[in-house]
Design a protein around this ligand. Sequence first.
Ligand code: AHR
Length: 660
Amino acid sequence: MNRSLQAASLAAVLSLSASANAVTIEVQADRPGADINPAMWGIFFEDINFGADGGLYAELVKNRSFEFPDPLTGWSKISPSLARGRLSIRDDNPLNAANPHYLRIESEGSAPFGVVNEGFRGMGVRKGEAYNFSAQVRRTDGSAALRIELYGSDGTLLDSARLEDFSSDWKTYHAVLHPNDTDAKAKLYVLAEGKGAFDLDMVSLFPQKTWKNRPGGLRADMMQVLADLKPGFMRFPGGCIVEGTQLSGRYQWKKTLGPVEERPLLINRWNYEFLHRPAPDYFQSFGLGFFEFFQLCEDIGAQPLPIVNCGMACQFNSAELCPMDALNPYIQDALDLVEFANGPVTTAWGAKRAALGHPEPFNLKMMGVGNEQWGPQYIERYEKFSQALKQKYPEIKLIAAAGPDPGDDRFKFLWSKLRALNADIVDEHCYSQPAWFLANTHRYDTYDRNGPKVFMGEYAAQSAYTLSTKNRNNLETAIAEAAYLTGLERNADVVRMASYAPLFAHVDAWQWTSDLIWVNNLTVLPTANYYVQQLFSRNRGDIALPTDIKDDASQTSGTTRKPSQLFASATRETSSGEIILKVVNAAHSTTEAEINLETTFNVAGRAETIVLTGATGSAMNTFDQPRKVAPVDSIIQDTSNAFRHTFPANSMTVMRLKPK
Ligand code: AHR
């Protein structure tokens, strides 16, 4: 054989063996599929893990209104050796009926005497920032002054203020503190100076710097991380707290409006849910109430998705049912919520919204009926809600529950009933190991295209097992979720929305892990899983493009190569004309693939690319190394209608392919 023939046959063998071991990602770029819901990728704010009080709601004083069952929870007596005085919790002539308890401090004047508040596992304060102290005070005897002192965790005085000349009626008094140092675990002292007695209630310390600088508002850093996700919707306020352990503890949105001192406190069910993670000091002050939730959604461009109680308490707890003939008040709450969000200011609830400062409607388009319910009891209640809501507000899409598991008998029962009822959207939940997510990327390929749509309302890959305290937000879980989301995107005609759960967790006070965003009192830590969500929501596109992976190793026997663990989806973004290709490599080694874009337009050679990866599947972000797993932008120069690319191990890649 001559040399050129030899070379030609070697090339043929090489190309044959290459194609025999080829992985091809095929994108039918000229065959536009489903439209992608602009609200496809959203968030689920759940009041768990100190997500609201001690988290997003920026109040630094815990139990500011002395309404916890132990009214001095969070407070301790400060009584230097020379100080003499008495503390008592009273309820005669309270500030208001919703807030019946208050603290009386009686000081004999020998030395400053009073209380210290520990905050939510300390108070995070920053040098250079200002903090508004306020309290309701009523003088009952003498002329003692109030000394407000902020101490750092090492006992250093960070700042102080003095208040005096108190009225004998309840009145709000203010001071501003400027800490001379930053401290994650500061404490607030409230001391009587001199001889006298007074009553204290609604003792508050708030950063002036809040989200949009709203007084009494939300933590700016946590809000910024949410805004950076560009979520299409926000589901709120839970979760199981919507249901309550008993119906008396359910979430009642009407009680969360108006002056904060008139919003009655409620025990947060996550307070005692898990004996292995007790949080006896976890309560709902409702400083973050329904008006604030709607406002938050508006601020970050997320469609509001409130969940209402459907007359069922948590079925993992009491499973208490509201009898069918007593359901009307629950249904009325749901109807009133639509009016509160959307009604003209001439309606009763529209007027209340306007009185709170928002005459414009909040543009509510959907509502969840119940959280994670199941059984025939749910279906009969859902039907009642649906009849009433659809009759008055046919434009509101209703989200129905499918239970806690994505495939058990409860799930199958609910789906069959909800399909028969022609439900709008069914809310599926799944907390499972990464393998489940990888094995279910084709779950929706076979769903009925004419049935109810799907909302993947709660999901998270668990590195250990569901409810294990060992679950970690590592790269492996993030990549498994990313692979699964490619399946949702490819089926965007069926799956209209998705949200990870839970959203926030405080490092010192969590009940549930994994969680999308971890916080301490001063810092916010987005996880690898957060960045997956961000890559999807910021690279959404408007139209799904049919995308398929052809892998010879899974089709040809005798190959020595294992099937690839690539997963892909693609969309087109109308505004830029770009094809957005998302490829997930769940293998622990690099994988090369051929990318074929079946399109009449010529793909430019240069593409913006974003890669999320890390050293190993167990890599994760920590407060010390917050960007160990974070997206990295680059430009690749060799894209065309058909090109090869090597995908890093444990990675998600987004390529924005432009027409020439
Ligand atoms: O996200 C944690 C909990 O998981 C939610 O409260 C509930 O809906 C689900 O069981």
